[in-house]
Write a protein that binds this ligand. Sequence first.
Ligand SMILES: *Cc1c(COP(=O)(O)O)cnc(C)c1O
Length: 423
Amino acid sequence: MSEYKYIKDQDEEIYQTLVGEEERERVGIELIPSENYASLAVREACGSVFTNKYSEGYPGRRYYGGQEFTDQMETIAIERAKKLFKAEYANVQPLGGAAANVAMYFALMEPGDTVLGMDLSHGGHLTHGHPTTAINKVFNFVRYKMKDVDTGEIDYEHLREMAIEHKPKIILAGFSAYSRELDYAKFKEIADEVGAYTVADIAHITGLIAGGVAKNPFDYGFDVMTMTTHKSLRGPRGGMIVIREDEEIAKKINKAVFPGMQGGPHMHIIAAKAVAFGEALHPNFKLYAEQIVKNAKAMEVVFKDHEVRLLCGGTDNHLLLADVYGSLGVTGQEAETVLDEVGITLNKNMIADEPRSALDPSGIRFGTPAMTTRGMKEEEATSLAELMIRTLKNKDNEAEKEKIRQAVVALCEKFPVPETFVD
Ligand SMILES: *Cc1c(COP(=O)(O)O)cnc(C)c1O
């Protein structure tokens, strides 16, 4: 439990919310696939003196003085990021994954240009041109889909036809609700045919790529990767863009981030990113990344044993999508609510070509990065999946839910949230 000594003395109202959140995180199982627990070292950096400093520009080229230590620190962050993702250039300043994507779009395109990205109900992200986003008013977004939602295979033939028809400037590979590996070589081949940039938005699988358990799109010639640093990479909330080798692209990306769309970089968060990259370069991060996938596979087995339909037919990564309405008659919203009651947090999610509505869809999405950080392995992943199915089958049985709630608390007590990952 953190002390929050100064907040406690000075601001009781906010202190109470901090204590509440710590307790919530301690006694519940986090299965939201985009969430994780940052180490205390990362959190120390977030709370550090670097929050006081204005550092507009880049190391060695700033608009204000007093940059001796910010320059050293940001340079270390950049070097570590390059090593983690096998990149020649890195921009560690984007404030989040969405900001990274917006900067990337403006760096590589003119208004009106086209992006060919994953259909949103097939796993693509809001920032890939959802109608409600500002970016959708500036650029033109066209979509590819899966060929078979029960294997997750992308329809590469259709992707190629779309590319030839729409002449996109960017072909975007990446997702927030898709559980298979992509054939990056195919993407690259099609992009070369139509002269498009290849960008991978790896926001969800950063940790898996850094840990070497998912393919690195740069090994297949991709130009750029955008990402978050707070999901499976386990760093502070933030974004990043890495460039494989092209200096011209790197210059365009840097200009698009600053002054294109951001002001002063959040130096305290960049320091925390550097600390997290240091943790991810530690040999035990590879074991962490491997365990994330093993745990997801263990959950897949349980859901299949209970004949619950999994989108993409299962998982190669850290997440699963289950059609709980189709298989158990429980809607995504009902499932989210009842699992929350027993202390298991996840989110409702649309399934491919959703027959219901976005507000109450057929599916749930869940993943293993956070529970794996707590040290849980296949045995616990299996028990958790069993508990989830028991909950869904007993959603109106208060006595049964109370028993499950106790089992969840016991598991949390056995696997406390760790304070450090390198020892
Ligand atoms: C999470 C996510 C983002 C957005 O990241 P934020 O930090 O929330 O802005 C962008 N793209 C994908 C694929 C994501 O999963």
